[in-house]
Design a protein around this ligand. Structure first.
Ligand code: COA
Length: 174
């Protein structure tokens, strides 16, 4: 298996990220959303690189923000030819490390109800479906499934804590 490393996203990554974002999603984030992710104190981005052909190549990214005891994974995408090589899993593990550092009790995210690959991926990473949000997405109009993963096993009820739907609407997740 190829060597993978995950590092912080920087503004120099944005051209590549926006290109992959447009190929990966039917409702891509605009550049401004990524800029905000990089500039706001409780949010951030991660970039995964693979050592391939004698050099490090960017192959995936993920974004998150923390607040109210929760860390929201807003998007993860991997270059199509590098999928099923554990890049997404490594990005999620790094987001989990960030969530622990931010003292979150819960990781949470939304995914399109038709996105079977992502649903399988998140299910395999310990996420469980909480509920559906009807007609959450545009282009095409579609329900979101809200997935969550508890971080502190000593608090089994924390999937019912301070989730704030208004936060979720500011940056729709996939
Ligand atoms: C979802 C996505 C990020 C997964 O990234 P990835 O690097 O391919 O995932 P990994 O290789 O780390 O997969 C880890 C495990 O998740 C499961 N999994 C991942 N993709 C899967 C798929 N398409 N079908 C079934 N299971 C899948 C598998 O169990 C896999 O382990 P395995 O390959 O040993 O069987 C990637 O498919 C992608 O970029 N999709 C387009 C964008 C998107 O939908 N993002 C998610 C919503 S924000």
């Amino acid at each position: 298996m190829s060597e993978i490393k995950v590092r912080k996203m920087i503004s120099d990554d944005l051209d590549w990220i926006i290109d992959l974002e447009r190929r990966a999603f039917s409702d891509p984030w605009p550049r401004q959303s990524f800029r905000e992710t990089l500039s706001e104190p409780m949010s951030g981005g991660l970039v995964a690189e693979i050592f391939s052909g004698g050099q490090w190549r960017r192959v995936g990214y993920g974004c998150y923000f923390s607040g109210g005891g929760e860390t929201h994974v807003t998007n993860i995408a991997v270059e199509p030819q590098f999928r099923r090589q554990s890049v997404g899993r490594r990005l999620l593990e790094s987001a989990l490390a960030r969530a622990i550092a931010d003292e979150s009790d819960l990781m949470i995210l939304e995914v399109r109800s038709s996105n079977r690959d992502a649903i399988e991926f998140y299910s395999r990473q310990g996420f469980h479906e909480l509920y559906r949000r009807a007609a959450y997405y545009d282009n095409p109009r579609e329900d979101a499934i809200v997935f969550a993963r508890a971080i502190k096993t000593t608090q089994p009820d924390n999937t019912r804590n301070s989730y704030d739907a208004s936060d979720a609407d500011s940056k729709k997740r996939r």
